[in-house]
Design a protein around this ligand. Sequence first.
Ligand code: AP5
Length: 227
Amino acid sequence: PKTPAQQLRTILIGPPGAGKGTQAPRIRDEYCVCHLATGDMLREQIAKKTPLGTMAKKIIDAGELVSDDIMVGMIKDQLENNKACKNGFVLDGFPRTIPQAEKLDSMLETRKEKLDSVVQLQIDDQLLISRITGRLIHPASGRSYHRQFQPPKTPMTDDATGEPLVQRPDDNVDTLTKRLVTYHTQTGPVVDYYRKKGLWTGIDAAQSPSVVWDNISKAFKASTPKS
Ligand code: AP5
């Protein structure tokens, strides 16, 4: 792990199944930063059956996006109150729209902080179908597995806790098709936004998880961390 003095503020962007949730925990562990996954936060609300969770479930199952105000509020709360973010963060699933990116910029400006990098995991849509339909998750930790590509040691069982694995309700071909349209139309412009700011690096996400990780590490080393 890096020395705590070295900070990292980064964003992982990519379509559903690109590997954001696979790579982000490793970034969190190696760089001692917080991992803020807006999808996981929403699924937590759904599991707790809060009013926000009930509303979000309908939107998520339709492959659409929850409102910018709600999502920005969630990230703001984490940046202000989560002590694990002291050394920086990896954002996974946020920002997903231009207004979210703009609001993140103003939040960071107020905090006198700067982004180090924005890493886009690039992969063709057709490769994502098998990744998404074979995915298994451990709801409590957010750990993800794959029936063929990353099988758990015991079928349908989390390696670390022995608890059962489940399939996400939005991980079916119909919802995935809508999630991909949403990604290209709404999140595509976010990639250009960061490209113009000189923060963007693209990585081929069709390679094995360890090769993707090596390239993410290289991208971080190339972008000078700012404290
Ligand atoms: P979210 O949870 O963010 O879902 P997503 O963006 O669709 O991304 P995924 O979690 O599906 O994919 P991933 O890239 O993490 O893939 P993974 O690493 O697991 O969001 C869900 C919903 O919440 C959204 O649709 C939206 O409605 C709402 N939402 C969330 N944030 C929002 C926001 N900011 N604004 C508005 N709404 C928001 O990998 C997939 C599978 O492939 C796994 O099984 C894995 O084991 C396997 N795999 C990974 N890497 C590889 C590899 N290199 N080779 C082979 N297999 C691999």
